[in-house]
Design a protein around this ligand. Structure first.
Ligand code: CMC
Length: 392
């Protein structure tokens, strides 16, 4: 009808005003509340950056202690929640479990489903940030048939998560600080990325007044796809399929072939038409992890490095500005840390929960907040008369 702007994929539509994350895709800049991502990844830790995203400022020592206490208060999950896991097949994809279990949290915390109460909104935020590692680690333990490990509140956010994933009862488990630091960086780098598909999903779901647990579950569902959060899993699967550097040209040719739907996973980005700043930090962390673990001459890594080199010097990739994105390196790092590929997107969801909550809160507190209701360009049949079945 010409009444509405048609903008498939929303490449030219700002859906909201936001003060949380700034991206300059041409320059390769990413800021959380004004701070460069590189500085935060280098100097900060998970809960400090979470505080920054939620409250807009870095915490003072007192605020930090109070926030850490508020989070650790909620790291346990209700005993009944455990029963959910038993209902799943052991080979269920952990993202399927996450969508179900996180969505079900609203059935346990009726008090914090009242979104009109600022205090309850904050408690809901703390609950989700605190419980995500527990829920994610339980999904992992369930998949490998090991008993759940209880959270330990004397450990850092990330160390506690690693312990819940990798410790086994009655055996000592020491968190390796280099590996823990790398995982913490991965989490910080994934925490927010302005109005991507899953964050927009959380905002759209929340705009109707749905409770925050349901909104985050919607975000997890959106994140799952291979063009978004599922890309790190897809990137690693692709590297394993390629196998050796000799086979790379075959895959590069396929990526360029217009008649072949194949894409190089872990390359390209809707917004970054320059090097993804997170990819740089990730590349360094990836090498640190491999050095700490003594991984040398790993065929997967050699394939990855060679693929990166070829893609960065190939005309097709240069012209289309297709650089390696964060998922290219995070997949390799997470595998080295000991996580199976099916857990990769779960770890992304764990970190992004902070961004989703910060964005959801910002939306609820925005005076201009209205229910999201996109329109369409109708291209279907004009009005016509119903024909009874014997006349069709
Ligand atoms: N390999 C080969 N060609 C590609 C790739 C790729 N990875 N990505 C884009 N292209 C080509 C595409 O075929 C198109 O060519 P043409 O103009 O000739 O039709 C052109 O580049 C533009 O692509 P597009 O699909 O219009 O770009 P988009 O902004 O819609 O898609 C993307 C962005 C990330 C979905 C896409 O680059 C892609 O599918 N990449 C692989 C998956 C991936 O790594 N995703 C993770 C994104 S970062 C994590 C996150 O933020 O969630």
């Amino acid at each position: 009808t010409g009444l509405f702007t048609y903008d498939p994929g929303y490449t030219a539509t700002a859906s909201c005003e936001s003060q949380i994350t700034y991206i300059d895709g041409d320059e390769g800049v990413l800021l959380y509340r004004g701070y460069p991502i590189e500085e935060l990844a280098e100097n900060s830790d998970f809960l400090e950056v979470a505080y920054l995203l939620l409250h807009g400022e870095l915490p003072t020592r007192g605020q930090q202690n109070e926030f850490n206490r508020a989070i650790t208060l909620h790291t346990m999950v209700h005993e009944q929640l455990k029963n959910f896991y038993n209902g799943f097949r052991r080979d269920a994809h952990p993202m399927a479990i996450m969508v179900g279990v996180v969505g079900a949290l609203s059935a346990f915390y009726h008090d914090s489903t009242d979104i009109t109460d600022k205090k309850q909104r904050m408690i809901a935020s703390h609950r989700m940030i605190a419980k995500m590692p527990t829920i994610a680690a339980m999904a992992y333990k369930y998949s490998i048939g090991q008993p759940f490990i209880f959270p330990r509140n004397d450990l850092s956010y990330t160390a506690n998560f690693m312990r819940m994933c990798f410790a086994v009862p009655a055996e000592e488990y020491e968190v390796n600080p280099v590996l823990c630091d790398a995982l913490d960086k991965i989490f910080i780098l994934h925490m927010d990325h302005e109005q991507n598909a899953s964050t927009s999903t959380v905002r759209l779901a929340g705009s109707s007044g749905a409770n925050p647990f349901a909104c985050i579950a919607a975000g997890i569902a959106s994140l799952w796809g291979p063009a978004h959060g599922g890309a790190n899993e897809a990137a690693l699967n692709m590297l394993e399929e390629i196998g050796t550097p000799e086979r790379i040209p075959e895959y590069i040719a396929r990526a360029k072939d217009k008649n072949d739907p194949f894409r190089l996973m872990g390359f390209g980005h809707r917004v970054y038409k320059n090097y993804d700043p997170r990819a740089k930090v990730m590349q360094k962390a990836c090498h640190e992890v491999l050095a700490a673990l003594g991984v040398k001459n790993d065929p997967l890594l050699e394939t990855a490095m060679e693929l990166e080199r070829i893609a960065l010097s190939d005309d097709y990739f240069i012209e289309k500005k297709l650089y390696p994105n964060i998922d290219f390196y995070s997949g390799i790092t997470l595998k080295a840390l000991g996580f199976p590929t099916t857990m990769f997107t779960v770890l992304f969801a764990l970190a992004r929960t902070v961004g989703w909550i910060a964005q959801w809160t910002e939306m609820i507190e925005d005076d201009n907040q209205r229910i999201g209701r996109p329109r369409q360009i109708y291209t279907g049949a004009r009005q016509r008369c119903y024909a009874p079945i014997h006349k069709r």
